[in-house]
Design a protein around this ligand. Sequence first.
Ligand code: PMV
Length: 326
Amino acid sequence: MKEVVASAPCKTILFGEHAVVYGYPAIATAINLRIRTKIRKISGELIIHSRDLKVTWKRNQSVPKEFLPICKVIEEISDLIDQKPLNGMHIEIFSDVPPSCGLGTSAATAVSVITAMLEFLEINYDKNFINKLAFEAEKISHGTPSGIDNTVATFGGLIRYVKRNSGPNIERSKYTPEFTLILADSGLPRSTKHAVKNVAILREHFPRVIDDIFSIMGKISDEAWTLLSKAGENLRTIGHLMNINHGLLDAIGVNLPELETLVNIARKNGALGAKITGAGLGGFIIALAESAAVHKIHSAIKNYARLVLIAKPDNMGCIVESKVKT
Ligand code: PMV
């Protein structure tokens, strides 16, 4: 039976969150935690099923909001091959991480669905095309996405990202650093929109102070980029920079006692550095660790976190994992 499985990596922000909103550089990396899409041929139907969301949709039903970005992708692809309605597929999505956890899952889902569909329908494609389509899906998920998540999910690797009015400047490192990250989820609900708004209000009160903090965050990103994008990266220094960045995230008000506890436990148990990742006020912290310290940090932190994940940078981006042609 005709079947394709494709996947795309999730991401984590290493440096520069929040400052990136105001035009300073941020560094993100793809991680080896993936979202997978399996498509198999069925006759005369289109079904989408998400194992993690436990949601199933059939063509004749109204589209649940979780599947709106995917339906947009399906529409674009069906326009492309002039085949309407596009039927004959059972699309199943499953993930290494929980949904909506701030690890770029919506972009990784879109990229894995697009990769699987293009392969299943035997359409010639390149990764720039996948990235462009995934950005359209991201607009439906997030309104005004920066484009960093779909870029990381498509191409993988380490990315330096600067937001500009004329469109983002995205650089991908030729080198993929080798390190282990421990990702600990506070379990507190997070809202990127809410955190970004809180920081904007603080900036209205203290524009010169907060802009200076953003400027230092940008310098931290650049120092880290220089170290991370060449072989022989100095993990101890990178860990230090993470700690400084975390202090500044605290200063702009996106820390919480629960996140601070996770950061402290990681550091006390041997992490080279630890910080909030992403918007803050909930969600995950990341800790950088040498292999020998991973087990100790994991055992200590798991008692305080809803979920602990171990990840390494990924440099493959989206891939077709298997294909059965009949
Ligand atoms: O938590 P996430 O993955 O949504 O990241 C948010 C990063 C911010 O810099 C706070 C916002 C943004 O749009 O870049």
